[in-house]
Design a protein around this ligand. Structure first.
Ligand code: TMP
Length: 238
């Protein structure tokens, strides 16, 4: 596979074309931002840890019957993925109250949410990723009714698989963000699942092992990401 020109550069990843029109390369960078880009930093090896964690979790989901865009790893921080058409909805799954849910509604941090809550945000930096409902998603032509139903069903299945797997590694999953795409007429899981896009809490200490370390200045980000990588990626070179 030949890596071609840059197609898109986001806040933490850059996407490149390849000589195969069906495949793209997603490079996980060491940069990170929070609060819609207002807070910025660069942390050595962050891209590598996230890429390795995402590869492991996307692979786990594939093994459990979830179609994803994951193809293979080209290097430590470069992932080959199917060239899906991204649906501009950020799907948030919540199992334990935290973050913006606690800010906006009368939930207490740490409160269990059973059944899990699924929320949709419109993926648009310009509009600050506002929360939407099905009617807005349909009116904006972001997805069809059937696609929204399928996305919700897949998000719940992904949640069950991740909860069980991470629990065995001593990690709680309060919430996470998913993105989906269209590929040959089917909905597939796209983007990443990593310390940037999930809340991971140590099951014993409750300590954050995710981007909240950066958002809220809770300590050493690389150490937190390394810990997750160590627990879930067998044999990883740390
Ligand atoms: P929130 O509590 O800040 O709304 O975040 C909910 C989850 O979504 C959390 O696991 C982090 C993830 N997330 C992203 O992946 N990207 C984002 O831009 C934001 C705000 C949250």
């Amino acid at each position: 596979m030949i890596k071609e020109g840059e197609l898109y550069s986001g806040k933490a990843k850059t996407v490149y074309g390849t000589d195969n029109p069906e495949k793209l390369i997603m490079e996980f960078r060491d940069s990170l931002t929070a609060f819609n880009g207002k807070k910025k930093s660069e942390v050595p090896k962050k891209g590598y840890y996230n890429a390795q964690i995402a590869a492991k979790l996307l692979g786990l989901l594939e093994e459990n019957g979830i179609k994803t865009h994951f193809d293979s790893m080209l290097s430590g921080n470069e992932m080959v993925v199917d060239a899906v058409e991204i649906i501009k909805i950020e799907v948030i799954v919540r199992n334990i109250a935290a973050g913006s849910l606690v800010k906006k509604y009368p939930f207490k941090t740490g409160e269990k949410l059973d059944p899990p809550i699924i929320l949709f945000d419109y993926k648009s930096d310009e509009h600050g990723d506002p929360m939407i409902n099905d009617d807005i998603a349909l009116a904006l032509h972001l997805a069809s009714k059937d696609e929204l139903t399928e996305i919700r069903k897949m998000a719940l299945k992904i949640n069950s698989i991740l909860l069980k797997y991470l629990d065995e590694k001593g990690i709680l999953l309060p919430d996470f963000k998913l993105e989906f795409g269209r590929y040959h007429g089917k909905i597939v899981l796209a983007d990443e699942i990593s310390c940037d896009t999930c809340r991971f809490w140590d099951k014993i200490t409750g300590e954050s092992l995710d981007k909240d370390v950066f958002r809220f200045d809770k300590g050493d980000l690389a150490a937190a990401y390394r810990e997750v990588a160590k627990r879930i990626v067998p044999g990883i070179n740390l």
